[in-house]
Design a protein. Structure first.
Ligand SMILES: [Zn+2]
Length: 178
C-alpha cells in the first residue's frame, strides 16, 4: 500500500467531479471483521463501500450488516451462522486469494474503481493534476496523469503498480489514465 502516499493540507477549491458513474443502489456494500483489514482496503480501492473497524465486536458487526443491508465478510465460522444477516466466510489468509474469492462468489465487477479512499472509505474527488505538485513524490508527479483527493483525510491517490496487480487478480483490466 506504499504507493498510496499522502500529503497534508493540499490546496482546496475548484469543483472536482468523480470521473465515473455507478449505480450505487445495486452495488454491494460490505462490513469486514477485524481479520480483514487489507481486504477491506482493496474493496474500497475497487469502489465498494466497505466498513472496517478492528475494534468492532461481533454483535456490532452483525447489527451493522443487518441495519444497513451490508454483506458481512468474516474469517469466523461462528459469525457466518448468525441469522438474518448476509455473510461470506473468507477462507484464505492472503489478500490476493481473499479478493479473488469474494470477487468470484459475489460476481464483483468493480464498476467504479479508484473512487473511494482505502483509509477512510470516503468518495474520492478528481482534482487537477497541478494540485498534486509538492504533495506527491516528484517521480510520481511526472509519471502519473491522474490524481484524486480524499476530502476526508486529504490524501492524494494515483494508480500505482499495486493497483495494476490487484486489478489483474480479479481479472479486470487495469485502467491507466482517462
Ligand atoms: Zn481518506
Amino acid at each position: 500500500m506504499d504507493r498510496f502516499v499522502l500529503a497534508d493540507e493540499p490546496g482546496r477549491g475548484g469543483t472536482g467531479e468523480p470521473g465515473q458513474v455507478v449505480d450505487w443502489e445495486s452495488a454491494p456494500r460490505f462490513v469486514a471483521d477485524a481479520m480483514l483489514g487489507r481486504l477491506a482496503r482493496w474493496l474500497r480501492i475497487l469502489g465498494y463501500d466497505t466498513l472496517y473497524d478492528p475494534r468492532s465486536h461481533d454483535d456490532e458487526l452483525v447489527r451493522t450488516a443487518r441495519a444497513e443491508g451490508r454483506i458481512l465478510l468474516t474469517r469466523d465460522t461462528g459469525l457466518v451462522s448468525r441469522r438474518g444477516v448476509r455473510s461470506l466466510l473468507v477462507s484464505h489468509d492472503h489478500v490476493d486469494a481473499q479478493l479473488r474469492q469474494v470477487s468470484a462468489e459475489l460476481g464483483l465487477q468493480a464498476p467504479n474503481p479508484f473512487s473511494r479512499c482505502p483509509v477512510c472509505n470516503e468518495r474520492l474527488e478528481a482534482v487537477p493534476r497541478s494540485w498534486a505538485w509538492g504533495y506527491v513524490p516528484p517521480y510520481t508527479f511526472c509519471t502519473q496523469q491522474e490524481f484524486r483527493l480524499c476530502p476526508g483525510c486529504n490524501r492524494f491517490y494515483w494508480r500505482g503498480t499495486h493497483w495494476e496487480r490487484m486489478c489483474s487478480t480479479i481479472g479486470k483490466e487495469a485502467r491507466t489514465g482517462e
